[in-house]
Design a protein around this ligand. Structure first.
Ligand SMILES: Nc1ncnc2c1ncn2[C@@H]1O[C@H](COP(=O)(O)OP(=O)(O)OP(=O)(O)O)[C@@H](O)[C@H]1O
Ligand SMILES: Nc1ncnc2c1ncn2[C@@H]1O[C@H](COP(=O)(O)OP(=O)(O)OP(=O)(O)O)[C@@H](O)[C@H]1O
Lengths: 216, 216
């Protein structure tokens, strides 16, 4: 259980505050807009209306006591920057900032931000990956050329047994589990028959996963 | 190789257009703002400046020929909506829309959107997950209670062999691979000695992964 303060209750900050509260953490939600603070007050541990560019206002709520503070101010870059500098000056251990451009990320890091996030750009990259591999339902990059992927059963394998398919030797991927409707088959055995709508969770090298998912 | 059109070159749309082009697809980038169109023209296959609420303007560039069109218009919800309706009327097979609120998602789906995305909210949920599990570097939910996770080596296991640790039987997780600096050890053998800064990729049930990553 950790303690988080979120400054800026736009779409990103608001969702983050609520999600962290749902994960069981102590959450303080902050915004200069009192209406926004009012709208979130029942969904978080604490809520406060203040201008985070004012160091005294932050000191008054003992912001230095938080392990992590997230600055989710978007359009007013100067406010984001000033807030970040204030937080570091008041001894906040980890400051995570939302940023709109690469240049802003750079400036924020130089001024003490421990981590910077570009929500729209990150979402765009994930969607581009998802759209690029239609046979792959979901793809998890493990780094170093390895991935785990959720893929639809390649057609040629339908109605064959795992033993017949000899997937590890012929296709160089590991089947971690098979999803069949609401059922899950873990470490499927050699005599398991693969069915047309099965979804496979596979592990292996990126190239092998890609080739395997494209089998025709 | 697919053909995508992206309408709206804000941070999300712009990043998406460039990312899809880098994935090797044919990309048409569209915005009513000619300056934005100019700024992206060398980074994509085609770029056009037009008002997507005008069905004729969309017809003129043969938008119906695209498999997938992404509507990345944010603040002007009416423009987003009109554009979506136009695209479906012109026969675009898959329309993916950016949306700012749950209510907007609902309306867009009723009016024909095949998929809706909330970039800021999605990023917030991912960050909340990442912040909630510090011993877990990265977490991939496979559904049905199973996950793959990248975790730091639990301290008690340092300098023991895989055989000694007997991880599958004692901790009920599967070690898919070990990352050691730039090296990768796949299907580590029983005599592999675990080292202090090793990073493990584990597969198993969520609860077992969580318990394993918290071993002290
Ligand atoms: N100095 C400040 N102190 C406290 N809150 C602030 C300050 N400056 C801006 N904010 C708040 O930050 C919130 C988010 O800012 P803004 O709406 O500009 O970001 P955004 O990037 O559009 O948000 P999102 O994309 O997450 O919806 C606003 O609700 C605003 O009131
Ligand atoms: N009718 C239209 N035809 C073409 N482009 C449009 C139309 N309406 C809006 N746009 C464009 O859509 C783009 C994105 O819209 P907007 O900036 O409102 O979204 P946003 O949600 O703030 O973007 P992001 O968060 O991705 O930066 C703008 O560049 C705007 O010019």
């Amino acid at each position: 259980q950790q303690e988080f303060a979120i400054i800026g209750l736009g779409r990103f900050g608001y969702s983050l505050a609520v999600a962290l509260e749902e994960h069981g953490h102590t959450v303080m939600a902050i915004d200069k807009d009192t209406k926004l603070v009012q709208s979130i007050v029942d969904l978080v541990t604490h809520a406060a209306s203040l201008d985070s560019t004012q160091e005294d206002a932050l000191k008054a709520i003992d912001i230095g006591a938080f392990d992590t503070v997230i600055v989710a101010i978007g359009n007013d870059f100067e406010a984001n920057l000033l807030t970040t500098v204030n937080l570091k000056a008041l001894g906040v251990r980890r400051v995570i900032c939302k940023s709109q451009t690469n240049r802003q990320c750079d400036i924020l890091r130089r001024l003490g931000a421990d981590q910077v996030i570009q929500p729209e750009q990150n979402s765009a990259h994930r969607l581009a990956e998802e759209l690029s591999t239609p046979a792959i339902i979901e793809h998890f990059n493990l780094g170093q050329g390895y991935s785990v992927a959720e893929i639809m059963l390649p057609n040629p394998l339908a109605w064959k047994s795992m033993g017949q398919c000899d997937i590890r030797n012929k296709h160089h991927v590991n089947i971690l589990l098979i999803k069949r409707g609401d059922e899950v088959l873990i470490s499927p055995r050699a005599d398991t028959i693969l069915q047309k709508d099965d979804i496979l969770i596979v592990f292996g090298e990126d190239l092998h996963i890609s080739q395997f998912s494209n089998l025709t």
